[in-house]
Design a protein around this ligand. Sequence first.
Ligand code: NAD
Length: 264
Amino acid sequence: MPQLGFGVWQVPDDEAEKAVATALEAGYRSIDTAAIYENERGTGRAVAASGIAREDLFVTTKLWNSEQGYDKTLRAFDASLDKLGLDYADLYLIHWPVPAKDAYVDTYRAFEKILADGRAKAIGVSNFLPEHLERLIGETSVVPAVNQIELHPQLPQQASREAHARYGIATEAWSPLGQGKGLLEVPAIVAIAQKHGRTPAQVVLRWHLQLGNVVIPKSVTPSRIAENIDVFGFELDDEDLAGIAALDEGRRLGPDPAEFSVGA
Ligand code: NAD
């Protein structure tokens, strides 16, 4: 899985087609969408039009809360592949655990079938807390390849990253730029950016990469799409990393996965 990919949350279908096309031209090869984003068709159109060989692309999509359960999951996966216009997904994720529904184990058993059938090359989860991972791993056979969680300098998710390391799960950071809200103006980040002759967004993405996270920043602006992938030519030093570590506020921008049940 490429360590840096492109996310399309909140991008309407037509705009997603343009943004994904721009991202693929800029060199991204990994795209993160979801059934609930309602832009799997636009994503698929951009992928098809790119002419890039299928094996060089990495497409992730996610199962929405309303479709949890064994049979519904199989049908929802078919619908996602159909919209994407693909024969297989590279990664399929359970979008949220929805513990109140208590269906994520059954749902994941359907994921295991999809994996066994070769229709997803890898399966994983999103927004799972360590307790949800522990139960899932105890009751099913395939350890999730990935847990995609909210993660940025103001929410570095130490406990989850430690749990992932114990299980051999890759940590994928959603809202890696803190949704561009405030984080990119934090003086410590701005100062590190000035020191390296880089932008604040590049510093934050570099921090993720050095931590070992997979990142999927979103932008619909071509210059930012290019800026966000140009993060391999510099290195943050220990002082920079310590400065960023001090920004931990333990505060989520998004919902608490223990409670979130929209659509379920
Ligand atoms: P993000 O942290 O990637 O921030 C995106 C915003 O930051 C943009 O809309 C723009 O306003 C700003 N921005 C982007 N590049 C910039 C730059 N170079 N300079 C200045 N500002 C810049 O936020 P996100 O979209 O929430 O998260 C990224 C992806 O993560 C999503 O598109 C989606 O694919 C995924 N995601 C998953 C979940 C989940 O529940 N699994 C939830 C949210 C997001």
